[in-house]
Structure formats: structure tokens, C-alpha cells
Design a protein around this ligand. Sequence first.
Ligand code: SF4
Length: 358
Amino acid sequence: MIIPIFLTGLGCSKEQPCVFCNQEFATSKTAVSTDEEIKNRILSTLTEYLVEPQSLEYPIDIAFYGSTFTSLQFAYQKELLKYTQETFETLTQKSYKTHLKIRISTRPDQVRREELLDLKIRFNLEIVELGVQSMSDNVLLISRRGHTRKDVKRAVKDLREIGIQVSCHQMIGLPGSSIDNEVETAKDIIKLKPKYVRIHPTLVLRETVLEEMYRSGEYKPHPLIEAVDITEKVLRIYREAGIKVTRIGLHPSELLMDNIVAGPWHPAFRELVEGKYLLNEASKQLKDKKGTHINIRISPQDETYIRGEKNSNYKWLIDTFELSSLDIIKDTSLERGFLSVEKTKKPALQSTQEELRA
Ligand code: SF4
């Protein structure tokens, strides 16, 4: 289980935030800045999640999101993690040593090897969520990220060398970016061998520089269908390289939805991308199956993706490949994102009916 603690905006530049960022809307949490606000956020989140500590599965991951954790004074980083450990132990009556892991989010230029090694040893820091966003220096500059491609390479190398797992975040459709940039970013990230990746489409949020760029015509977001297509391409590159994509799209919340000015928003963005991915996978194998009955075996978690909204993908497969019929079979031996297509004589249901008639 992951407990997300949103230290919204902490450690980020107030004067020059990233052009697309409004963490209050993205995380649905108000910004914190004073020591009291920060510790209250930690305490209230842990109290909420650890209400029945005996029924939880351990170890638990506590994740500090929505901030640039490592740009805080190092002594203060340690103070916060110590406070987190103590609160965890008080609420669960369990030792942090064997029951608690920490993950933090930060930017590549704020990765300091020796300090992070210290956090790993003292506080079980296991994963760093790294905001890479793009591997194009031009896109990073326009997006005011404050780091370069070189910083990303150095940061991931350092983290891997000290045994901390890395999860790289990539954004699709940043200002100045192109499909080629997105594809190259994915390929560059793969070379760095992170453990996980997250992919987010760029949305224009209220009260951001990107909103001004959008209103002045300087920035044009991707339409939803285009964003889904590009994200599917990028997902395919990661999947083929064996890198797990743990999240696609932002978590839907009322505050986020109320503050989206423009961009490829959909509450089930991942579903659209995974559906597209699976349709492409199935299509490759259905080309010569006209007039036959087909079974598509799929991981149970992918069933809704292959069926699509109101069974639209399912119907599309039957019509496009002129299948006589199609069964979607849940197969627990298959991993998410993988499917197998098999031609059979009769649909399972039909053969059962015929057996009953006989
Ligand atoms: S570093 Fe992350 S949290 Fe901070 S302003 Fe940029 S995108 Fe937002």
C-alpha cells in the first residue's frame, strides 16, 4: 500500500514555477509552507490511512508527492522523515525498520547523491519519483523546468549506483515538443534503465504560465484523440523495452476538473490509451481471420480496456476484421498489456448450447 502525502508546492520556486504546474489543482490539496502546516499534513494523512493498522499489509510505502523534496534544507528533510517514522510507529505500534518504506518526488537537478544515500540508510528511502518530463533541452527550457537532459542522465545514474529505484515521469505535449521529441524522450529514458515510468498528458490549468501561453495563441494543446495516439506510441516503446508504466494521466478530482482550461482531459485517460494499445495488438494478429470465430485471451485487469466504452472496441474488432464471432476470455496467466488470439471452430457459448440440445 502507498500512502501519498502531498506537500504541495514545497521546495519549488514561487517566482519561476514550471509553466504547466499548479500543484494545488493537480493534487487537490492546498499548498503548505510553514513547519506547522507541513507536519499537520503528514499527521492528518497518516491518521486517515492508518485508522485500522492491524488490517493493513506491511511494509507500507509513504510517498511525498507534489513537491521538490530534496531542495529543502537537508537537516529539514531528515527532520520531516524522522517525524514521519515516529508518527507511523505511534499509530501502528510497529517498527519503521521493517514495516515502512519511503519514496519522494524531486527534480533531476536536485538529486544529491551523498544526501540521498544517507536518507536511504536512515529512513529506508526506496524510490525516487523523478520529474524528467522531456529529454529535449529546448522543451525543458520553454517549460521552465530549470534542468537539462544532462541533469537527468546524471541523476538517474547516481540514484541507480546508490541502490535507489527510479521512477521517471514523462509529459506528453509540453510547449515546443513534437511527436518525435516524445518518442526520443522515451527511448532516452529507456537507456537510463529506470525501474518504472509514469506518463502524463499536458493540461492547461488555471493560474499557470501555460494558461497565458494558451490564451495568447502561443501554445496549442493536443486534442484528446491525438494525445491518446501519442501516449499509446510511447507506452508501446516502454512496454517493448520491459519497463513498467505505473500511471498514465492525472488522478481525477473535482478541483482538478474545475480548473482545467484546455487540453486532452478524460477521467479515464489510461483506459483510452490501454484500449488503443490492445486494439493495435489484436489487429496485428487478426488480419487473416475473416469469417472465423476468435477467442482473445487477456489479463482480467485488461478486460474493460479491450471492450472499450459501451463495448465499442469489441464491436470494432468484429466489424473491421469481419469475424463471425468473438469471445473475450479472462486468463490469469497473462500479464497486463499482453493478449493472445486463437482461432476456434465454435464460440464457447454456442458449443455449450449445441451440447445441451444433443
Ligand atoms: S518542480 Fe514539480 S511541483 Fe515544482 S513547480 Fe515544477 S512541476 Fe510543479
